[in-house]
Design a protein around this ligand. Structure first.
Ligand code: GLA
Length: 630
């Protein structure tokens, strides 16, 4: 193997040590996104919350499990049966153990008076299913805070009602996984968000105050480090108590606490938004929080825009177009496919939507590449997903209530424009061919989804933006945590039109993007536009898993969409920690520089963009047309 240092492009500087302020840009040779636990493909299953809220019992859980098995959905991958909030009675003061509400989960009553979910998990396992449980990172749960008064909330004294993980992580995780045999846990965050001393529930003595670590209205007032630390503690306990790695860790802090920047290092899936409700516009809201985070999802660590609401409200039996769109988009975005419907009420057509194997196959594709936006607007969007066998999937989503005639081009698919492109409609089964471009009518709220084959634009390799599952912006250069203004804002699901309307939420604006600059503009260096590539802030380090290619090439420079404030940027390529190539210092307005490195034999390639001096605001740089080739 040739591990040569490779200089390319004009006038490249000698390699020098990076400035001391940018130590976190040092190449590590590693892949820092999480690969522990069980989530090589997005989790699939069922969860009790959307269907029943706190009103759950064993019969309802088993009834849905039975439908999942008998309808064939389990065989198609819907394996995890997840119990959400509402299962607990109280925490036992003598032993510290959480006691299960046996009135609703009778099989949990043990002869010695203790409680255990083992009979239930045994039963689910015997059906070929996995079992999931729910807790909160704080002392109290979301149901206790937002559903105060629900009959399935914990009982007893203030201390007995503290059923959350806080102060009990090791004990609870050990019990859930080793004793009770669960395989999956969703950890919510209301206990560290909603119980300030000023809360009426604290003032009236219902709960102990927990000075909020998350302020959902202010990233400034959120203690990101402390929140991350608590979830890391859970991750470590899961690892400790599951030496076989048989667990899935689902983080549920609704896109707060800048979780975008760290979730992929900690858990298997992470909620990107507040709760979904069964409204079209709320579905768009939730979807948008994941849709531009294509580089933050990988095998082992997925974006979670919340559970499916197919079966209810605007996704019920009278709204099958909306139901198919919801399912299609969750599949394309590699979102977890967690059904939130009382499946006893599902008709054949609804089960057929959930059981569309061709759509499920997109979600479960072993490549793990989340779809990338090829065309973005508030009305119609085109998403393209790379599949492991070289095919593509494309979804055309009509977000509006009027028909739209869409143009789909070979360039959007990153396929050659002079060769035939074949497409199969994954809802109707119909096939079609075209060369160059085609027109496709998309009905109101419809999503057309096709599996596509054609000649790749890069015949001997892939653009990095075709491989988002292999690309992780381990340091994405976002230091000014700002709220994402691009998310669809519907009517307040809980407030109606009271107040001023929903403000931008979810820190992470300016995160790395495929085929776009971080703030949504076209990639552009000194006036030269790049249709493809990676856009990211300066002072960033991207890890790339090399699928066995020999060369990495890109056109690099400061992107035209920001203000570098006079700073210059050097672009560096590493292979397994070794510097392979670097550019000269690029100033704003400098023409794009070609950079190229021989990466044959290197497992992890790192792309570093560092500034010559600290200070100033964040600004974008471009790895234009970045590609891995033979
Ligand atoms: C939060 C979560 C929901 C659900 C409820 C349970 O709101 O986001 O998904 O788990 O808590 O109380």
């Amino acid at each position: 193997m040739l591990r040569s240092l490779y200089w390319a492009g004009a006038g490249l500087a000698m390699i020098a040590a990076g400035p001391a302020f940018a130590d976190d840009l040092a190449a590590t040779g590693g892949w820092s996104a999480n690969t522990k636990g069980q989530a090589a493909t997005p989790p699939m299953g069922w969860n009790s919350w959307n269907a029943f809220h706190g009103d759950i019992d064993e019969e309802k859980v088993l009834a849905s499990a039975n439908v999942i098995v008998n309808s064939g959905l389990a065989a198609k991958g819907f394996k995890s049966i997840n119990i959400d909030d509402g299962w607990w009675l109280k925490r036992d003061m003598a032993t510290g153990r959480v006691i299960i509400r046996t009135k609703t989960f009778p099989s949990a009553a043990m002869p010695d008076g203790s409680t255990s979910f083992r009979p239930l998990t045994d039963r689910l396992h015997a059906m070929g299913l996995r079992a999931g449980i729910y807790s909160d990172i704080g002392r109290n749960t979301c149901g206790q805070v937002f559903g105060n008064g629900s009959s399935t909330n914990p009982e007893g004294s203030v201390a007995e009602r503290e059923v959350g993980l806080y102060g009990h992580v090791d004990q609870d995780i050990g019990i859930f996984f080793k004793e009770w045999g669960f395989d999956y846990i969703k950890v919510d965050g209301c206990g560290i968000r909603a119980l300030p001393a000023s809360s009426p529930l604290v003032k009236n003595g219902t709960y102990r105050a927990f000075p909020p670590l998350i302020d959902f209205d202010s990233i400034q007032r959120t203690d990101v480090k402390a929140v991350r630390g608590l979830f890391e503690e859970v991750a470590q306990a899961l690892d400790r108590h599951n030496p076989d790695g048989q667990y899935t860790f689902s983080l549920c802090i609704w896109g707060s606490a800048d979780v975008r920047s760290w979730a992929a290092k900690v858990g298997n899936l992470s909620r990107t938004s507040e709760d979904i409700t069964p409204q079209w516009s709320r579905m768009l809201h939730n979807m948008d929080t994941a849709a531009r985070r294509e580089l933050y999802a990988h095998p082992g660590s997925w974006n979670d825009p919340d559970m499916l609401f197919i079966g209810s409200g605007e996704f019920d039996a009278a709204h099958m177009t909306e139901a198919r769109s919801h399912f299609s988009m969750w599949a394309m975005l590699n979102a977890p496919l967690i059904i939130g419907f009382d499946l006893r009420k599902a008709n054949a057509e609804q089960l057929a939507v959930l059981g569309n194997s061709a759509i499920i196959a997109l979600n479960q594709d072993p490549g793990g590449h989340q779809a990338v936006l090829a065309y973005d607007s508030n009305d119609l969007q085109i998403y393209v997903k790379t599949l492991a066998n070289g095919d593509k999937a494309v979804a055309l989503l009509n977000r509006t209530s009027a028909p739209i005639e869409a143009d789909l081009t070979a360039a959007q698919l990153k396929l050659a424009s002079d060769a035939q492109i074949g497409m199969t409609d994954l809802w109707s089964g119909k096939t079609m061919q075209f060369v160059g471009e085609t027109k496709l009518p998309v009905g109101p709220r419809e999503t057309l989804v096709y599996r596509v084959s054609g000649q790749h634009l890069l015949p001997n390799g892939s653009y990095l933006s075709e491989l988002p599952g292999n690309v992780y912006p381990a340091v994405d250069g976002v230091t000014a945590r700002q709220l994402d203004p691009m998310i669809h804002r519907g009517l307040g699901p809980w407030t109606g039109t009271r107040g001023g309307g929903e403000p931008p939420r979810y820190a992470g604006w300016g995160g790395a993007r495929a085929d776009r600059a971080p703030w949504g503009q076209e990639l552009s260096i000194s006036g030269t536009k790049f249709p493809y590539g990676i856009g990211i802030m300066a002072n960033s380090r991207i890890e790339v898993r090399n699928p066995g290619k020999r060369k990495l090439v890109a056109q690099v420079g400061i992107d035209d969409s920001g203000d570098a404030g006079g700073r210059r940027v050097r672009f560096e390529i590493y292979g397994d920690r070794k510097l392979l190539s670097q550019s000269a210092w690029q100033a704003a307005g400098t023409a794009p520089a070609s950079i190229e490195a021989s990466v044959a034999g290197y497992r992890i390639i790192e792309l570093v963009a560092r500034t010559d001096r600290p200070g100033g605001g964040d600004f974008p740089v471009s790895w234009g047309n970045a590609a891995l080739t033979d």
